[in-house]
Design a protein around this ligand. Structure first.
Ligand SMILES: Cc1ncc(C[n+]2csc(CCOP(=O)(O)OP(=O)(O)O)c2C)c(N)n1
Ligand SMILES: [Mg+2]
Length: 285
């Protein structure tokens, strides 16, 4: 891993390049740790790229900046994609990515608030992030009357089997949290198989609309589509926005794509080499 960091940009080719750099980081981190989750983080690279390198207001040199937007990684098992985005944005040295899951490392298997600059919430137990994000958004919008600060969260599609998610959905709808933008990584897999086999989610647009959310359904592996959806969400001030980000699990690594068995295992050293070669071959649109 080289130490290159990237500044905010609106250049689509540059953003696609950053997403591929993040994927290569994920593969190397997991192979070095010999432990962790592959499919989810690889599929989410465009979402984190859009947030940290285009849409979110934040300052890596000043993580506690009071004017910053907030991001909660609710699907905490996808931590490698967050760690890479933070390092590549300049929050901590890229070389530290090599310590993933080591005893004493700041980069544990699931993110811990205050352990690492830029990490806003502790996650891992699924189903909590939307409640945390909605609580913050409510305080900012309806109690402190703060304008122009947004709260973001990502969730897995399997994660939303958790009942607590739907309590937060009702809360955010009731309080018209226009400053809340949530993304579901709609990759159609969860730990034990296809989401539609384990617990059918069927029509997610209809579900979230019935909770009074503004819903967008996009190609989550197209970084420009993610940015446009976030910007639309910002413009809709009368309701929380749900972005259904349709992604390919394991995106960019052909032997991992669409295969739920890569949910929670790392590549071996030789598989990592194969994966890195595949990633060099193509920039994902
Ligand atoms: C409350 C809780 N129950 C179970 C788990 C174990 N677990 C971790 S990831 C996961 C699957 C979640 O599916 P999804 O959110 O779609 O993630 P993906 O497989 O797409 O990465 C489960 C059951 C957990 N972390 N928290
Ligand atoms: Mg999933």
């Amino acid at each position: 891993m080289d130490e290159t960091t990237y500044a905010r940009t609106d250049d689509t080719a540059e953003l696609s390049h950053i997403a591929q750099v993040i994927r290569a980081d994920i593969v190397q981190m997991l192979a070095t740790a010999a432990s962790g989750h592959s499919a989810g983080p690889l599929g989410m690279a465009e979402q984190l790229t859009a947030l940290y390198f285009n849409t979110m207001r934040h300052d890596p040199a000043n993580p506690a900046w009071p004017e910053r937007d907030l991001f909660f990684l609710s699907n905490g098992h996808t931590a490698p994609v967050l760690y890479s985005a933070l390092a590549r944005a300049g929050y901590f040295p890229v070389s530290e990515l090599g310590t993933l899951r080591r005893l004493g490392s700041r980069l544990q298997g699931h993110p811990e608030r205050d352990a690492l600059p830029g990490v806003e919430s502790t996650s891992g137990p699924l189903g909590s992030g939307l409640s945390q994000a909605a609580g913050y958004a409510h305080v900012l919008q309806n109690i402190d009357h703060v304008k122009n600060r947004f709260v973001y969260t990502t969730m897995g599609d399997g994660e939303i089997d958790e009942g607590n998610v739907w309590e937060a959905a009702m809360f955010a709808g009731k309080y018209r949290l226009g400053n809340l933008i949530a993304l579901i990584d709609r990759n159609n897999i969860q730990i034990d198989g296809a989401t539609e086999d384990v617990m059918p989610l069927t029509n997610l647009r209809a579900k979230w609309e019935s909770f009074d959310w503004h819903v967008l359904d996009i190609d989550g592996n197209n970084v420009r589509a993610v940015i446009e959806a976030i910007n639309l969400g910002k413009a809709v001030t009368w309701a929380p926005t749900m972005i259904l980000a349709n992604t390919v699990p394991g995106k960019g690594v052909p032997f991992m794509e669409y295969d739920h068995t890569w949910h929670g295992k790392p590549p071996s050293p030789s598989q990592a080499e194969q994966a890195l070669n595949a990633l060099k071959g193509g920039v994902v649109a």
